[in-house]
Design a protein around this ligand. Sequence first.
Ligand code: F2R
Ligand code: MG
Ligand code: MG
Length: 345
Amino acid sequence: MVDKVLMRSKYRGTLLGALVGDCCGAPFEGQLMDSGSKLVLKKNLDTLEGPFFKAPYKKFTDDTAMTRCVANALLDPNGFSQKLLAKNFVMEYYKDPTRGYGAAVGDVFAKLRTTKIADPVGPAQEQFDGRGSYGNGAAMRVSPIALYCAKREKDQLLQLVHDSCTVTHANILGINGAILQALAIKQCLLLDPNGILDKKMYLSSLKRDINELEKANDRDLDANCNAYETQLSAIEQLLDGKVEPSDENVLNMLGHNVSALYSVPTALFCFLKCTAGTLNIAGQSSFRNTLEYAISLGGDTDTIASMACAISGAYFGSTVISENLIRHCEDAEGMIELADKLLEL
Ligand code: F2R
Ligand code: MG
Ligand code: MG
């Protein structure tokens, strides 16, 4: 049982986790991390978590900008709609297009703006010669939907995630990645962080859901008919020691690039690897280790850290996130406000 005080903390932890991962991971995005870079990262995080100093201010990127758009669409008094979400994305993008958006998603926003959002999903369907984007841009922004659906039926979550994805990402791999991320968060919201995290049970529940999903849409997936299930099996192998969880093996098996298939399972693995399967008396170090480990893998660091820390924050709650670190991230207060409003819905 999770009481209201803990739930508030978990809602805040989810959105603050997403923000902190994005802000801290962004400077390393696209890098291959050697031992020198890992040391820089560790010192960087130690400094940010240490005694507070005014600068530097860590700017958030597209991951957080779009997460806020999703949250605001859910909170709208007229209710969520794809048209409203599209409008939020377009307004946010043109307010500040320099937040490191995906290379192709700007085309969707341009078409949405030119057509005055006549069809909120049309431009996304035209991406990549009609195949749609399989980037992780829909998964990286999905956390508010997991919060909104914490106590709602799974079918409602699936529908809402689908509708939120297809405004920019029409490819099934982009959509299923977002569903996996939302289910991973939802499950954590309902778990007691003072108990024992049963990783096997947690993973098999996700696997069951993903298997059902992939079976239902296997005609669209062609050769990738069990793509996410395969990645979840790889996580199991890395966690139970059947395969040594060296960085090399993790990157070879799970990946770290901007596609949803090769980043969402990686984020989930980061959370599970850094969180004990025994009594978690040291949630603070688990959260920090998740953040540092996710970034240390290199590649799409802001997004993988943001997704991993959103899951960790959903499990532990916001109390495990260093207050000084939070104060260094752009508009953390805004994220707390959104989390509290989503809890009240
Ligand atoms: N864009 C980035 N990082 C690049 C460097 C940013 C730099 N730090 C800066 O500040 O300038 N990060 C952000 O993009 C990722 C999310 O991307 P999203 O929203 O999914 O965009 P898009 O363009 O739809 O997809 C990303 C790329 O994936 C490839 N791709 C997708 N679908 C494809 C398909 N069907 N066929 C072939 N390729 C496909 C393309 O290369 C897309 O451009 C996050 O990392 C976020 O942080
Ligand atoms: Mg980004
Ligand atoms: Mg990224």
